[in-house]
Design a protein around this ligand. Sequence first.
Ligand code: GDP
Ligand code: MG
Length: 474
Amino acid sequence: MSGMMSDPVHVVLDHGLRSLASLGGDLVGHANSIGASLWAPPRLVVVGRLKAGKSTLVNALIGAPVAETAALEATRVVAVYQDGAPSRAEVVALDGTRHPVPVVPGRTSTLPIPDEQIAYLHRWLPSAAIRDLTFVDTPGLATLTAKNEAATRRVLIDGFEQTRTASVDADAAVFLFDSTPRADELEFLKQLPLSPLNTLGVLSRADSFGEGALGRRDPLQHAAEHAVHMSRELAQTVSRVVPISGLMAQTSHTGALGEGDARALASLAGMAPLDLIDALESDGPGPLAPAVRDRLLDLVGEYGVLNGRQVATRGAAALNEWLAANSGIAALQQVLRTSLSEFAVLNRARRVLDRVDQLAYTHPAREPIRSIAYAMRSEPAMLRVGLLGDLQRLLVADPRSPVVDELRTLLTGRGPAACVGLPPDASVDHVRAHARQRLATAQGRASATMTAAEDAALVDVIRAYTSLMTTGHL
Ligand SMILES: Nc1nc2c(ncn2[C@@H]2O[C@H](COP(=O)(O)OP(=O)(O)O)[C@@H](O)[C@H]2O)c(=O)[nH]1
Ligand SMILES: [Mg+2]
């Protein structure tokens, strides 16, 4: 995050970790190790089935073809793409040891240890696109190869419980699917230690959605409608669903397309659509040499060939702009940079607190550590961190609890009025009155909770309404 230093949550955590270090002894090292994760950019993991378009999307977001999409080495292991210089790579083994991997542009390096012993590939490259958010590409879920799934699971789910070294510590997830997610995929998402607010659904391959580029409906339009529908269907699992053509985004964002490609595409501009479809589908002699045609299809897909021909007559820059504008990448970037990043940062803060808590259990200096953790949690700036953790735990323990909706409203509301379910122009007095009412309801409910998770959530909900009532904000 730009301005992370002045973010009130980070100020509280930083202050708490300094208090921890001031206890001396080995706690200095513990505080430093926890602090390191605090200052690293949050990690966004991309999950979905094999061939869902994950690596293509990662390339588009990074703006370089780093996550190879062919059957290369890196497609079998989890890969972390982080801003840093010089450009380099290491394999992190399950036992936490690190092994350098030579990075040769345009060539695939063999990984130094067997896949089964690899937690993830850690790749650094200098790129502003990953300065605030580190991307994690995964091999895929529930695929024909159980190995891929095991590799994805052990760093996201199993790793979370077991060794810290083998975990990629994801703070947010992008879940790619290309029509309707399968039950096993949704089950996997449920097991991720992330709330739906930290999980974005992406309807991938929008350019070939439904009947595809050659069908009667415009696939991008159709995908956009389907994404709205899926946002409602998957509300328990993801914050929303946005449609994307990763292919169009990748081509326009990696500089893969040149004037020669635009000219080749423009040469098809005058063809009748049916003749063009024939030419795309048949292997006989056509208007383009087969290699040129295949290259165009690889770059822009059938949709791009069919609908980008006219714009291609204006040159490669115009074609690129058209691809980017229609890919859906801008809307996706917008969500990544705003709400998803925001909840990723809160999740990172929660994990810092969890680690201080853990230390309080295992360390002889448990009392002072505990009071430091308590002081950190009690800061008003940490309330949203608490609410997010409450939401995640409540969704596991008791997803039907009415407190779930209340937590979501408090967390996603822009401004005090929205936090109590009022329109943004509601008066301060109106907001306070509503907060008082909701506080009374929450207090009533607190005497008859169904689960410990609901109990803990209500403590924070009551704090939130009390703050809204007395100070007018959270
Ligand atoms: N038409 C189209 N093809 C795509 C899109 N995204 C990915 N592909 C293709 O689908 C194949 C698999 O993509 P990849 O990103 O490797 O999938 P992964 O297994 O999820 O990482 C590749 O041949 C991509 O070119 C898309 O948005 N549209
Ligand atoms: Mg891949």
